[in-house]
Write a protein that binds this ligand. Structure first.
Ligand code: PHE
Length: 444
């Protein structure tokens, strides 16, 4: 059976960047910055992305392209009769977990498109917009409905297959998102009082750095780059033998980081200007943004376009998550692509309902004092992704070894890459040590 693959060089970057760029950048990143003290978090985040982003991403691509399989199948093939496939299974489980809460927020983007089209924010005070946002959560089933619509859309694209599904959507719409963020950024930094927001984001107060800030930054970095759970192994398996893995990893990391910082430059100046607390979490994005549109020429249209693009950015990420599960079902359980997609989508919905409903006040859906939604977020970003990434770099550095590594990153000697020794050194020694230290310090 010949495997579906990405059609062009731009296609791979677009698909991997499509996975990376999403609610993680525009919704989760500002929440984490706000809750972890602003500039100090950003500094740690950038340091982690700089040191670990490319090596971990490359490691996933290498495993995927070498094995040409889903994460479980890849470990089975590359290290037969070993415990390594557990890391693959963990990735598949993690895909369900992330899908469950991510699709909740993705569903909100659809609700907000409808609101934007209905000119629902026009002339409203911040307090009213905030109140309506929390009223919306309290209508639990309305969240669930949008969430299901979103998962259905995801399933539809995934069912249609890799080349003409994922690639086509990502290629055009991602650059558009950057443009609209730039426009919004200009508006946000010229609002009265915007300065304070910029200084919150860019002036690190290093005394705020502690174990919890660092593990949050690590989790956010892996989450935002879609690393540590097999998305990039799966996508790597669709990358052709003559594509350049290193330059792909660099482009994706840069694009993702740029968009996150840009989102910060939009959100924080505006939040400070309107009096939204930096710790407002979800409200930071869903209340602050409508306020910006209220204050700008053409705000009505920009608002619609923005939420449509945000929904698409989320979609290219949920596609990658569902693809991990579907590739696993198809290759390991021998289901047809159709049934694999149906089963995977239903599974995500079943878990997702609890995530959505847990945000309703007094729902009682909590685990250890945290809403189900927050618990899923925390377990995936701060526990499963770091553990996954740790074992992925160990696998490439210690199990696959230098010869295989060199073959993959130079395309069997066809590419010259002067820094390959340095990258290998990072993957083999520095990355595992750094991840392990942060993880242990963050938790104990
Ligand atoms: N990286 C995506 C985002 O930032 C989320 C994601 C995480 C997607 C893990 C796939 C895997 O929105």
């Amino acid at each position: 059976m010949s495997r579906d693959g990405f059609g062009s060089k731009l296609g791979i970057i677009a698909a991997a960047a499509g996975s990376a760029v999403g609610l993680g950048n525009i919704y989760r990143f500002p929440c984490e910055v706000g809750n972890n003290g602003g500039g100090a978090f950003l500094a740690v985040y950038l340091l982690i992305v700089l040191c670990l982003g490319v090596p971990v991403m490359l490691s996933e691509f290498i495993i995927g392209r070498r094995a040409q399989k889903n994460p479980v199948g890849a470990f089975k093939l590359l290290k037969p009769r070993s415990g390594w496939p557990v890391i693959g299974y963990m990735g598949v489980i993690c895909a369900f977990i992330i899908m469950a809460f991510y699709s909740t927020v993705a569903g909100w983007t659809l609700e907000y498109i409808v609101k934007a089209v209905g000119n629902d924010f026009q002339g409203k005070e911040l307090a009213v917009i905030e109140q309506e946002f929390s009223d919306f959560h309290n209508q639990g089933w309305r969240n669930v409905l949008w969430q299901f619509v979103f998962i259905f859309l995801t399933g539809f694209v995934v069912f249609k297959g890799v080349a003409d599904g994922i690639e086509k959507y990502a290629k055009i719409l991602m650059p558009l998102l950057v443009i609209i963020l730039l426009v919004l950024g200009v508006r946000a930094v010229t609002l009265p009082g915007a300065r304070e927001g910029l200084s919150f984001l860019f002036h690190p107060d290093f005394s705020k750095i502690n174990g919890s800030v660092v593990i949050s930054a690590l989790g956010q970095a892996f989450f935002s780059l879609s690393m540590g759970m097999g998305v990039l192994i799966t996508y790597g398996s669709y990358i052709k033998k003559d594509d350049n893995l290193t330059s792909t990893a660099i482009s994706v990391t840069l694009a993702d980081t740029l968009i996150a910082v840009l989102a910060g430059v939009v959100i924080f100046p505006a939040a400070f200007s309107f009096g939204v607390q930096p710790t407002a979490g979800m409200g930071l994005v869903f209340s602050t943004l409508p306020m910006i549109f209220n204050q700008m020429a053409g705000g009505y249209f920009f608002c619609i376009i923005f939420f449509v693009l945000l929904a698409v950015a989320a979609l290219t990420s949920t596609i990658s998550l569902l693809e991990v599960i579907v590739a696993f079902f198809v290759e390991e359980w021998h289901l047809s692509r159709r049934w694999a997609t149906v089963l995977a989508s239903l599974g995500c919905m079943a878990l997702g309902v609890f995530a959505s409903l847990s945000l309703k006040s007094g729902s009682g859906l909590t685990i250890g004092g945290m809403s189900f939604f927050d618990r899923l977020d925390m377990v995936s970003a701060k526990i499963l992704l770091p553990i996954g990434a740790l074992f992925i770099v160990i696998f490439v550095g210690w199990i696959m070894g230098k010869k295989t590594f060199n073959e993959e990153i130079t395309n069997e000697g066809k590419l010259k890459l002067s820094v390959k020794g340095a990258i290998y050194f990072i993957i083999k020694y520095l990355a595992p040590i750094a991840i392990a230290i942060i993880f242990i310090k963050g938790f104990f």
